[in-house]
Design a protein around this ligand. Structure first.
Ligand code: ADP
Ligand code: MG
Length: 565
């Protein structure tokens, strides 16, 4: 339908041939349906009893995961509205690390409930207004409900870390892993004016399959997945003086084709001698600085390796740039890009630098650094797929512990805060007039999709569980939630199921923003791609639609399309 009729009934061609447009109710229905499908996919993986997903990509690579953000990242969605949900799971992952599944489930529920209002002729604008107000209120209610904790209270942080692992395959090893995660965060946290800041990038995560998860460890320092470059070098250096070099210990090959005519063996020899001399000079500069360890971001020539090993220096080449930065922080060394600038003051230090066998590989461990600002978590598991999932779970866990350190307020888990906020919002809705009240009530209903899903996935009766939960909370027990592992409603605080307030608030913001954005759309126009791939699956929108920018101008930033109806 590329032509629109003007008042004078003159067809005006607005869109190119082949472009698709769906308007009004159709567009809304279609968007909501797509978003609901996405929410349904991740719905079953919510909570400790949630299921895992096996994702197979076009090359046949398999990922097994329970992490909402990962599931959605791996499935290649085409529909623009569905893409928005993928987007919010990504944002949530970046902002707070955990709660990605919940955000998508909540957004799906908000849209589902909005749909029933739309069929009752409530205008989407009113729903959007109601949802926004309700989201703001919900966050306030959570704020009031939350409990302030000391930011560096280790036992709280451990519980936070463990709760986020409860829903993952690492659950049975969560005691040990939580201990590692909290140790890592505490050692990189920096305190300024009573507030903590944590840079997750200070924590290096290395993984290696071939052993049990329980064999994972934390190393006070940096682990490099590289071996010592020359067999004649020491395998172990104590009280190492470390040079970090980001220039090659090699002779630059010329870019242009240079020709060297060598006509007799003598010339050949002097040519090689000259090269060796240059390499020797380089190595002498390193030796001159007093370094006993050289970690080089670029290559090290065979001859240079030989000279270094003769001097008893341990060297590693082709260290990743990100590792160089971490090494600089940990050892206090300055990264030097010109060997002429390498002096003793540029060297860093570590108690022990040694090569250790990790399965079939040799890795270099730089331990006992002067400033233990950088730590490495060395994750182990039986297979590559499992160790990948362990890494994802550790990421979530590191992030939630960081969240609490930076923003030390906690709430209970197990659907407790969502149910609490829902009840409060229903009460507050009574004070509202007009149809907005209906939207606010629907928002409350949608919040309860979280406890409902938790109960459902645990094989409990969702409705009974929810009503039981509500009635207990009304009696003033705000820490009551669904203890999924015991399959009963109980006090979450005594079961140590606690979560950062920041995560719960992010879930509400992200989900309501996405839902509102989708509800405000009443026109979907897909431009025809001139030489694009064939239209997407199931005769839906052509893939060009997917090109819609993720933010779409952000909340409220959409031009008012009401006039086009
Ligand atoms: P998300 O990606 O949203 O974090 P999860 O699958 O990790 O999804 O599930 C998180 C939900 O599971 C939270 O609502 C959390 O409170 C809940 N949860 C975690 N552990 C338990 C438990 N032992 N009992 C009840 N609920 C739990
Ligand atoms: Mg989680």
């Amino acid at each position: 339908m590329a032509a629109q009729a003007t008042k004078a009934n003159m067809p005006v061609v607005l869109l190119k041939d082949g472009a698709e447009q769906s308007k009004g109710r159709d567009a809304q229905k279609n968007n909501i349906a797509a978003a609901k499908i996405i929410a349904e996919i991740v719905h079953t993986s919510l909570g400790p009893r949630g299921m895992d997903k096996m994702l197979v990509d076009s090359l046949g690579d398999v990922t097994i995961t329970n992490d909402g953000a990962t599931i959605l990242k791996e499935i290649d969605v085409q529909h623009p509205a569905a893409k928005m949900l993928v987007e919010i799971s990504k944002t949530t992952d970046n902002e707070v690390g955990d709660g990605t599944t919940s955000a998508v489930v909540l957004a799906g529920a908000l849209l589902e409930h909005a749909e029933s209002l739309i069929t009752q002729e409530v205008h989407p604008t009113i729903i959007v207004d109601g949802y926004r107000k309700a989201a703001k209120k919900a966050k306030q209610f959570l704020d009031n409900m939350a409990e302030k904790v000391p930011a560096n209270d280790k036992s709280t942080l451990l519980k936070i870390a463990k709760t986020s692992m409860q829903t993952k395959l690492v659950r049975k090893d969560s005691d040990k892993l939580a201990e590692m995660v909290v140790k890592a965060i505490l050692s990189v946290a920096e305190k300024t004016n009573e507030k903590y800041a944590v840079d997750i990038d200070d924590i290096k995560v290395e993984k290696k399959p071939g052993s049990s998860i329980n064999e994972s460890s934390i190393i006070r320092g940096i682990v490099l997945d590289k071996e010592i470059v020359h067999s004649g070098m020491p395998k172990k250096v104590t009280d190492g003086k470390i040079a970090l070099v980001n220039t090659a210990l090699e002779i630059n090959k010329t870019e242009t084709d240079a020709k060297i005519n060598i006509s007799n063996p003598q010339q050949m020899k002097s040519f090689l001698d000259e090269e060796n001399k240059m390499l020797k000079t380089m190595v002498d500069k390193v030796i001159g600085s007093g370094a006993t360890v050289v970690l080089c971001q670029k290559g090290i020539d065979d001859m240079a390796q030989h000279y270094l090993s003769k001097a008893g220096i341990l060297a590693v080449r082709r260290v990743k740039e990100s590792d160089m930065t971490k090494l600089a922080k940990a050892t206090g060394a300055r990264i030097v890009s010109n060997l002429d600038d390498l002096f003793e003051k540029d060297l860093g230090s570590a108690e022990l630098i040694q090569e250790k066998k990790v399965e079939e590989d040799n890795w270099v461990f730089v331990e006992g650094c002067k400033h233990p600002k950088s730590v490495t978590l060395l994750l182990r598991a039986g297979s590559q797929r499992v160790v990948d999932e362990v890494e994802r779970s550790i990421h979530d866990s590191l992030m939630v512990v960081r969240d609490v350190m930076e923003y030390p307020s906690i709430v209970a888990g197990g659907g407790s805060p969502e149910t609490f906020a829902a009840t409060k919002i229903r009460n507050w809705a009574k004070s509202l007039e007009g149809r907005e009240q209906l939207a606010v009530e629907k928002f409350a209903d949608a919040l309860e999709s979280i406890p409902l899903a938790l109960a459902e996935n645990a094989g409990m009766d969702p409705i009974d569980t929810l009503t039981n939960l509500r009635s207990k909370q009304i009696k003033g027990e705000k820490w009551i939630g669904i203890d999924v592992m015991k399959a009963k409603v109980g006090n979450m605080q005594t079961s140590d199921i606690i979560e950062p307030l920041a995560v719960k608030q992010q879930i509400i913001s992200a989900a309501s923003e996405a839902a509102c954005m989708i509800l405000r759309i009443d026109d979907v126009i897909a431009t025809a791609k001139s030489a694009g791939p064939p239209p997407g699956a199931e005769g839906g929108m052509p893939p060009g639609m997917g090109g819609m920018p993720p933010g779409m101008g952000g909340m409220g930033g959409m031009p008012d399309m009401g006039g086009m109806m």
